[in-house]
Design a protein around this ligand. Structure first.
Ligand SMILES: O=C(O)CCC(=O)C(=O)O
Ligand SMILES: [Fe+2]
Length: 234
């Protein structure tokens, strides 16, 4: 696993400093990006992760569509009710560093987590963002299918020392009208900026910063694949 030779941390910093966020295209060597994508699309054991008015919950199903219909209807009502009022989400994930059984995590995803925690990559993150105290990265793989979303939040959790959120994008085929946009509302509630899912790109954003993943359209014809987490201080 390696950064593309064109990745220039000092250049990224000039953009990051303006708004606290940046989208970097072509971040990994092409072969590495392809290998991660095929692992996400073909070998990753997904579970469903939801947050409703009762809090977060993992459900042993690959996606919302695969849950038994009466339970699905009940969960759908709960998640929608929570989302109408405040924080909620629904997407599939595969935890990497906090997996209950590390052996169930595909080797390529474990390698990716090691790569994120390697000295050159952590140095890239520090220089690109100016957060000199970044010492490690956590990680999970995520898959947003039609209907999935994550409402507005700012990533700030007391005691976790999250400095910068990252989202490595592994979505080869997408259209902006399929939703799944990583969107940043301004103080007036208008969208100030949004990043469309892409292939072999990374989004970085300062913590705290309000953002949302807009709901994936029912007609989206592909999955939105990412590896995401935070660069953190110890
Ligand atoms: O998937 C994304 O683009 C962002 C995910 C996110 O905001 C989060 O997991 O906290
Ligand atoms: Fe977030």
């Amino acid at each position: 696993m390696e950064l593309d030779a064109s990745a220039d941390a000092a250049l990224v910093r000039r953009f990051f400093d303006r708004s606290g966020r940046v989208h970097i295209a072509g971040i990994l060597k092409a072969d590495a990006a392809k290998a991660v994508f095929s692992c996400l699309a073909e070998q990753t054991p997904w579970q469903l992760s939801i947050h409703d008015d009762q809090g977060p919950r993992d459900i042993p199903a690959r996606s919302f569509e695969q849950i038994e219909p009466s339970l699905r209807a009940e969960l759908s009502r709960r998640v929608d009710r929570a989302a109408a009022r405040g924080f909620a989400y629904r997407f599939s994930n595969c935890r990497i560093d906090t997996a209950e059984d590390a052996r169930a995590v595909p080797l390529i995803l474990r390698r990716f987590h090691e790569f994120l925690n390697s000295p050159p990559l952590l140095q890239f993150a520090r220089v690109a963002t100016g957060f000199d105290d970044i010492t490690f990265a956590d990680a999970q793989a995520t898959l947003y299918n039609p209907g999935d979303f994550l409402t507005c939040h700012d990533d700030d959790v007391k005691g976790k020392n999250r400095r910068v959120a990252y989202v490595f994008n592994f979505t080869p085929l997408w259209r902006v009208e399929w939703g799944g946009l990583l969107a940043f509302p301004d103080a007036y509630g208008h969208l100030h900026e949004a990043f469309t899912p892409a292939f072999n790109a990374v989004n970085l954003m300062r913590v705290p910063m309000v953002h949302t993943v807009t709901q994936v359209a029912t007609f989206a014809a592909a999955g939105r694949y990412s590896i995401t987490g935070w660069f953190r201080a110890s």
